[in-house]
Design a protein around this ligand. Structure first.
Ligand SMILES: Cc1cc2nc3c(=O)[nH]c(=O)nc-3n(C[C@H](O)[C@H](O)[C@H](O)COP(=O)(O)OP(=O)(O)OC[C@H]3O[C@@H](n4cnc5c(N)ncnc54)[C@H](O)[C@@H]3O)c2cc1C
Length: 316
């Protein structure tokens, strides 16, 4: 198989990010998926519908998955004619990619925004906080290991049939496979999921204080959207890390992104620049966010946002 996708199961289904990778891989050639999780006919059918012809299934149970997954995937890849292995940005993805890199002696190309496979693998990515775009051609005998950013490929159900499923035995990885998962914690959240929301209202240091996020909660509630923030407000402890959008946070791609009191640092922009319409509210007319915004409001957000809330309320 020329292309493999590393996919992980969360809540009984392949992660949305892994389905994006399967769709992309399927557009380039025959695709095998290395699937880590409990597995089920329904989960395999979803992978097949997105273009996976073959699924290699490893159930790691409560064992921390990266060490056994890297060992098992490495054994499948060794001696094969695989050209490309695609990973997402999840913790397990990155852990497995790093371990495979050591095992196969192959570099990992990270932060990919696009990838193509002809005679060699070519990856487009951004470096230096997104200020430079680079194209990397991987010239290797073995497979190229490529990590891509979320939401750069579209997940498409192309109606593919059930894949051929091979069960992979859990390998013995000795001490490195000794860590187990004892508890799983899902952070409670209200309203729509930030990464899936069609409207995102995001706040930065310009809000001035943590309680000002209540204003954004209200605005997002009226719009049916989700609330996000910059690293500055996360580091200040105003909102949890799950709110963070940007290079070291989430990537969002909503129809409308409202940036309130956000300067527009490159590290923030890489996480939201794919939004269809960007609306910025900032009192500084020279704030970099205005270079990206489709609609800019130069003003004090403490006046603009309440007026916006009132206008929306008066409509309903
Ligand atoms: C390795 C690395 C990774 C990083 N990862 C991320 C990341 O994932 N996400 C991220 O966001 N950042 C990230 N950063 C930090 C990033 O560089 C910026 O520091 C951060 O995004 C700035 O946040 P901010 O816009 O909230 O704050 P500031 O840059 O301080 O901007 C505040 C803005 O609010 C405006 N303002 C102030 N008062 C008002 C008012 N009353 N009304 C209207 N506007 C007002 C100001 O004019 C200013 O433009 C990273 C940095 C590094 C080095």
């Amino acid at each position: 198989m020329a292309i493999w996708v590393f996919a992980e199961e969360i809540d009984g289904a392949p992660t949305p990010g892994s389905l994006e990778l399967v769709s992309k891989a399927n557009s380039m050639g025959d695709t095998a998926v290395f699937y880590v999780g409990a597995g089920s006919p329904e989960a395999f059918a979803v992978l097949g519908a997105h273009g996976a012809g073959t699924v290699y299934h490893l159930d790691t149970g409560d064992v921390l998955p990266a060490a056994p997954a890297a060992r098992a995937l490495g054994e499948l890849l060794e001696g094969s004619d695989t050209k490309l292995v695609l990973f997402g940005m999840g913790n397990t993805d990155r852990d497995v990619a790093g371990r495979l890199s050591a095992r196969l002696g192959a570099p990992v190309v990270a932060n990919g925004l696009d990838v193509s496979l002809q005679d060699t693998v070519t990856v487009t990515s951004e470096i230096l906080g997104g200020s430079l775009s680079v194209t990397t051609q991987v010239v290797l005998d073995g497979p190229a290991l490529v990590i891509t950013r979320p939401k750069v490929f579209v997940s498409e159900d192309t109606g593919g049939g059930s894949p051929e499923v091979h069960t992979v035995a859990l390998p013995d990885t000795g001490r490195s496979g000794g860590a187990t998962i004892t508890e799983r914690h899902v952070e409670a959240s209200e309203g729509p999921d930030l990464e899936a929301a069609q409207i995102v209202v995001s706040g930065g240091r310009g809000l001035g204080a943590p309680d000002k996020f209540a204003m954004l909660d209200e605005l997002a509630g009226l719009l049916g959207g989700a609330v996000g923030g910059t690293r500055a407000v996360v580091d200040a402890g105003w909102v949890p890390y799950s709110y963070q959008i940007g290079q070291t946070g989430k990537t969002v791609k909503p129809s409308v992104y409202i940036a309130a009191g956000i300067s527009g640092a490159m590290q923030h922009i890489v996480g939201m620049k794919g939004s269809s319409t960007i609306i910025a509210i900032n009192k500084d007319p020279d704030a970099p966010i205005f270079a990206l915004a489709d609609l800019g409001v130069v003003g004090d957000l403490h006046k603009v946002v309440p007026q916006l809330i009132e206008a929306l309320k008066s409509r309903s």
